[in-house]
Design a protein. Structure first.
Length: 243
């Protein structure tokens, strides 16, 4: 696991880092036109914001200065260094798509942020949430990390209240989002898995070949909507529509 923001930044340049984002783009399947207004809340290194800024109007909000200093900036987008207070000041119904990827694990008041993300979303538009999946973390500890002790601990606790370079991490379940969706005015469209297979092998050398990358991406995409595989994936991707 990365020990610093710089190490984390290097990860996204590796094949397994690129594949993570490629799967998100394919699962969302956003067309190049018409031009959309997109909010990327908790944009990190702005990888996704930069990707969609090729064809759309993107606003990226990120509180971590270290990540912003290492951001991807090939394309123009509106970058805001801020947090929930910035979100509260945005007009209601401003965005055609809202992204919140690997953010809610690190906040204490998930409900407040979800309410604000839903508020700024237009009716009939999509909210994309990517989150850690407990079962996937158990599998990753046991296989990828060769750490069955930590895997046993997570399995026994049935939750992961850990810590990372970004602070305390709460690996909450999908049921939290689904059970609150009606109250927020959201309807679940799809749940996908991300990283069911591609990080489990310790043979990093083969991962730099085009053959491995193309076949693994195809395998992940075929499996990502099948319950047996998305249930053990390291990440889950939930897509909602605002009623």
């Amino acid at each position: 696991m990365p020990s610093s923001v710089k190490d984390y930044r290097k990860l996204i340049e590796q094949p397994w880092g690129r594949m993570f984002y490629e799967m998100i783009y394919r699962q969302l399947s956003i067309p190049e036109s018409p031009k959309l207004n997109i909010l990327d809340y908790g944009a990190g290194f702005c990888v996704t914001a930069n990707q969609y800024a090729k064809n759309h109007n993107v606003t990226a909000v990120e509180p971590n200065n270290d990540m912003l200093n290492l951001r991807i900036k090939d394309n123009d987008f509106n970058l805001i260094n801020g947090d929930i207070e910035i979100l509260k000041d945005m007009p209601s119904g401003s965005f055609d798509l809202v992204l919140c990827h690997n953010v809610l694990e690190y906040v204490s008041d998930k409900e407040m942020i979800l309410k604000q993300l839903t508020r700024v979303l237009k009716q009939g538009s999509k909210l994309s949430i990517v989150k850690h999946n407990l079962e996937g973390r158990i599998l990753a500890y046991a296989v990828f990390g060769d750490d069955p002790e930590s895997a046993l601990e997570l399995l026994s606790k049935s939750r992961d209240d850990g810590s990372s370079m970004f602070g305390s991490r709460d690996t909450y379940g999908n049921d939290y989002l689904i059970n609150n969706s009606d109250k927020l005015g959201l309807m679940i469209d799809n749940i996908y898995g991300i990283r069911a297979f591609f990080a489990l092998s310790s043979n990093d050398k083969i991962k730099y070949t085009d053959e491995w990358y193309d076949n693994m991406l195809e395998l992940e995409m075929r499996a990502c909507g099948i319950d047996a595989y998305k249930n053990i994936a390291f990440f889950n991707h939930l897509i909602f529509t605002k009623n």
